[in-house]
Design a protein around this ligand. Structure first.
Ligand code: SAH
Length: 239
């Protein structure tokens, strides 16, 4: 029996911002592969657990990310082949600058079952812990997240980034028309995620153009994800 990999977000570092699900999975797992970014509080907790393999897989100073990733992939496969339950623990949320796609691609290619467990991202976690509201009725109609390296490319975001639209489920048609008017290509991939993370979560893949021709019949709450990453994830949907 092949094991299973849980790709788990550990939150921004404060132990209490670990989710209950992350906590449960960590306690139940046979192996934990964790990064530097999980922080000392969570690392101390991991180290206090008995009867598990706790493996640090963070990058060493000056080490190339690619080489490290290959090593992580090799370990995930090795433990999965042994039938183990593995928690691959990452700082913040796995889907934010977390090489999530690469790890899912690898697991999918080797037919290793996986599940992604969200974490509190530093994107919203660090500002909230600093009393900063990212949106505001007058001062901020949305927020962008970019890496320092790409901070000079903000204007390309609409073409090469990902847009997450909240509070647009019941006006999805109008949203799609607005996007096209704003220059987003009609063939750009879109996913509408209804009741995300609930038992009855539903995801509808489409394009901006097709969404503009659909009825607004999505369940609430729903959000809309727009961009190339949506197309890349379609294949995991039935897996
Ligand atoms: N997946 C992570 C981000 C990984 S990129 C997340 O969702 O948070 C690593 C960067 O995240 C760091 O260089 C830093 O900019 C930011 N970061 C992570 N944890 C942080 C924290 N506790 N406080 C401030 N910034 C943090």
């Amino acid at each position: 029996m092949v094991g299973k990999v849980y790709i788990v977000g550990a939150g921004p570092g404060n132990f209490e911002l670990l989710t209950i699900k992350a906590y449960r999975l960590i306690r139940e797992a046979d192996v934990i592969l964790y990064d530097r970014l999980v922080g000392e509080e969570i690392e101390d907790f991991l180290r206090s657990l008995k009867g598990k393999e706790i493996v640090y897989v963070g990058k060493e100073r000056g080490e190339r990310g690619e080489k490290r990733q290959q090593e992580i992939n090799r370990l995930m496969k090795r433990y999965a082949d042994e039938g183990k339950t593995i928690v691959r623990l990452k700082g913040g949320d796995p889907g934010v600058f977390g090489r999530l796609m690469e790890e899912m691609e690898f697991l999918h290619r080797h037919s290793i079952p996986f599940e992604v467990v969200p974490g509190v991202s530093s994107v919203n976690g660090a500002p909230a812990c600093s009393n900063i509201s990212l949106t505001h009725p007058e001062k901020s109609f949305g927020f962008l997240v970019v890496s320092g390296r790409d901070s000079g490319r903000i204007k390309d975001l609409w073409k090469e980034g990902t847009l997450v639209i909240l509070m647009g489920g019941c006006t999805a048609r109008e949203v799609a028309l607005n996007l096209m008017r704003s220059g987003v290509g009609p063939e750009t991939d879109v996913a509408v995620i209804e009741r995300g993370s609930f038992e009855d979560q539903r995801i509808t893949f489409s394009t901006v153009k097709d969404l503009a021709g659909r009825e607004n019949d999505f369940m609430s709450p729903a959000l809309i994800v727009v961009g190339g990453v949506v197309g890349l994830s379609k294949k995991f949907h039935d897996f």
